[in-house]
Design a protein around this ligand. Structure first.
Ligand SMILES: [Zn+2]
Length: 395
């Protein structure tokens, strides 16, 4: 094989020894291991410099990005789930390292080191390859160790400060009278709720339309129409063992004409039993919930409105005295349904639909003497909660 001579500067090659035309000095013999080792080392130095620079690019990208996120939207980092102590500093450090590593990889791909003699790297034996790695890469390892150590120190420092001053960084500053953190709520992670969506059973399926409401003693009768058009009657009695009971009605009346009857000692449903050609030919009837016919004077009955007034939309579902303690159930703007009892810690009952709980629409509260029942609509149907002096439980 012909011998090859190369210039270490401009990489020009020649089959004859001598000086290079570029002025870079004598051409080197590639058959000479010492000359090859020198060329490889020269390339290694250049490559190491470029990798070092790319590492710093990565670190800068990581620091700047995470710093910007911390300043602009710290809740993004708080929202990442990680149930361990010092989770937030660890998340910050991990994200910085991952971003730095990623940006470094990108920089290595976009701005790679250009070896003058890439073919020579392959010809060097394994023992000298290991030897080569030790030297130049030590610098990289030391740099990584310094950066990692710095981030760990920052993280530990943040954690220790957290332990002393809590999660409110404003406590580090001299206290100002009247200055309060209005956006502190965003930093609070979702609280643990007592119940999950699955704990809320339905007393009647589907999205129901309220078509009547009458009070009979300590009982409230609610007449609904189901999506199928069928009539559903619910009786609510907060103090009773079964506080809410719903039944689909099978009556002789046309569902769209059904109305509850007011001022009676029992639940009666009045409506058209037979539609005639003229008003005179139309027949009416009144029935009990069990389907039996009311035999009294139908003409003397007073019908309840088929568009009962719903309570005004309010964040406070009810506020009442239970067991001698002022008790209230409130839906907070953040979506938690919260029970507060005088002298007790508030209890988060359930989180709203966006956070995995039932959608809690159209709450209607029924206040008894020993218990309160709130009926509301979920995606599955009519559901509710019962609160007494000691407990709160889904229906
Ligand atoms: Zn040259």
């Amino acid at each position: 094989m012909a011998r090859t001579f190369v210039c270490s500067d401009c990489t020009a090659s020649s089959s004859e020894p001598g000086d290079c035309k570029c002025g870079g000095g004598a051409l080197l013999d590639l058959d000479d291991p010492a000359a090859v080792a020198m060329l490889v080392e020269q390339d290694d130095r250049v490559e190491e410099k470029v990798k070092q620079r790319n590492l710093w690019i990565g670190v800068a990208v990581g620091l700047v990005t995470i710093g910007a996120v911390l300043l602009a939207a710290p809740q993004v980092i708080v929202a990442i789930p990680l149930p361990i102590p010092f989770a937030n500093p660890i998340k910050v450090i991990t994200l910085m390292i991952l971003l730095a590593a990623g940006a470094m990889q990108v920089a290595n791909a976009v701005l790679p080191a250009r070896r003058k003699f890439p073919q020579l790297k392959q010809t060097v034996g394994p023992s000298s390859a290991v030897a080569r790695m030790r030297g130049p890469q030590r610098g990289t390892l030391i740099t990584v160790a310094i950066v990692g150590g710095f981030l760990v120190v920052v993280g530990v420092g943040v954690s220790v400060l957290r332990g002393i001053v809590g999660d409110d960084p404003k406590k580090l500053l001299p206290e100002k009278q009247g200055a309060e953190g209005a956006n502190g709520e965003a930093e609070t992670p979702a609280p643990k709720a007592r119940y999950r969506e699955a704990d809320f059973g339905v007393v009647a399926r589907g999205i129901l339309t309220l078509r009547g409401r009458v009070n009979i003693g300590d009982k409230t009768a609610l007449l609904y129409r189901a999506p199928s058009g069928d009539l559903v009657l619910c009786t609510v009695q907060p103090d009773a063992a079964t506080s809410v009971a719903c039944d689909e009605l099978r009556l002789g009346v046309r569902p769209q004409t059904a109305r509850l009857v007011e001022g009676q000692s029992e639940i009666l449903i009045h409506g058209v039993t037979k539609m005639g050609q003229t008003p005179e030919e139309t027949e009416y009837g009144a029935f009990r919930a069990d389907g039996s016919s009311y035999e009294g004077d139908i003409g003397a009955l007073t019908m309840a409105s088929d568009r009962p007034t719903l309570p005004p939309a309010s964040a406070t579902w009810f506020s009442a005295e239970l067991g001698g303690k002022k008790t209230s159930l409130t839906r907070k703007p953040s979506g938690e349904l919260e029970l507060t009892r005088e002298g007790d810690e508030p209890v988060v009952v359930v989180l709203d639909a966006d956070r995995g709980g039932p959608s809690t629409g159209q709450p209607m509260a029924f206040i008894g003497t020993s218990a309160v029942v709130v009926v509301f609509q979920t995606k599955q149907g009519l559901s509710g909660v019962r609160v007494d002096a000691n407990d709160i439980a889904p229906l």
